[in-house]
Design a protein around this ligand. Structure first.
Ligand code: F6P
Length: 323
């Protein structure tokens, strides 16, 4: 293998640039020519491909977002779109790819391998932390730090006004961001898609807090929770329990931006270099993740199909610590 391509795809996450830098620099160090593919599969179809030298990735390790840009491509879902993408890879002599993204991006990579035999490795880039085969995805740590900073601020005003706040966080259909930020910000309760939400139980808990003279409360609601988003849950609670003045805050895309944490930069650098190493060893269709501090390669089929499990001890901890 002489030439490889790298692209970022799906929702961006802080640390993608650090991962890109690692792919480019470790690839060049191993004697490869490395091509940056802009705007994910969309840029692959349109031939938006540029050879990267070491200096192309200077001064990006500290930057959020992705300098390669990203996109969700509808055209890549069609056989014609994929043929065009493959033709562009052939034109540049690209024999291997590193895909930095989440499960949808990996599924695209698997199809590319199936149809054209191109070797593909992945690095888990998503704030959601929902991929099986890695303890942490690139961007998760930065995102939870952003959420915690925001919730600390919300707590100040909640406390001043004796208010109950429902704070909605991202995560699509996974509750990792909610659970971790709930613990780190000392939330009264955390509502996540992985467990059934019982509004009467939540009200009971709030009533108990009220009786114990808690003057304010924070409930973290994962956007994918079965009880609905923060607005819906707040309405349901207000109907039966109105001791506190209630407010809702949806944190939204600030969770995806900002400088990556040191943890994300290190993980992303390790994973990027490991993906290149994997390609050089002849691996394909695998994600380079980190489990128990070691690089582990997990087949895309497992990384995307199996759910990363919520640690029940963390759920228990939220309950104990919020009393
Ligand atoms: O997968 C990352 C993520 O930020 C999810 O947490 C969220 O549900 C989704 O992307 C939002 O996507 P978009 O930026 O397309 O609105």
């Amino acid at each position: 293998m002489k030439r490889i391509g790298v692209f970022t795809s799906g929702g961006d996450s802080p640390g993608m640039n650090a991962c890109l830098r690692a792919v480019v620099r470790s690839g060049i160090a191993a004697g490869l020519e490395v091509f940056g593919i802009y705007r994910g599969y969309e840029g692959m179809i349109e031939g938006d491909i540029v050879q990267f030298e070491k200096h192309h990735v200077s001064n990006i390790i500290q930057r959020g977002g992705t300098v390669l840009k990203t996109a969700r491509s509808a055209k890549f879902m069609t056989p014609e779109g994929r043929r065009e993408a493959h033709a562009n890879l052939l034109k540049h002599g690209i024999e291997g790819l590193v895909c930095i993204g989440g499960d949808g991006s990996f599924r695209g990579a698997m199809t590319l391998h199936e149809e054209f035999g191109i070797k593909v490795m992945g690095c888990p880039g998503t704030i959601d932390n929902d991929l099986f085969g890695t303890d942490y995805t690139i961007g998760f740590d930065s995102a939870i730090n952003t959420v915690v900073t925001a919730v600390d601020k919300i707590r100040d005003t909640a406390d001043s006004h004796n208010r109950l706040f429902f704070v909605e966080v991202m995560g699509r259909d996974a509750g990792f961001i909610a659970l971790h930020t709930g613990i780190a910000s000392g939330a009264e309760s955390v509502l996540i898609p992985e467990t059934k939400t019982y509004i009467p139980e939540l009200i009971q808990q709030l009533e108990k807090g009220w009786r114990q003279n808690k003057t304010s409360a924070i409930i973290i609601v994962a956007e994918g929770d079965d009880g609905g988003g923060a607005y819906e849950v707040a309405e349901k609670v207000k109907e039966k329990f109105n001791k506190y003045d209630t407010r809702v805050s949806v944190l939204g895309h600030i969770q995806r931006g900002g400088a990556p944490s040191a943890f994300d930069r290190v993980s992303a650098s390790r994973m990027g270099a490991a993906a290149v190493k994997g390609l050089l060893e002849g691996r394909t269709n695998e994600m380079a993740g980190i489990i128990n501090r070691q690089i582990v390669y997990t087949p895309f089929s497992k990384a995307t199909k199996h759910n990363q499990e919520i640690n029940p001890q963390l759920l228990e901890l939220v309950e104990i610590l919020s009393q």
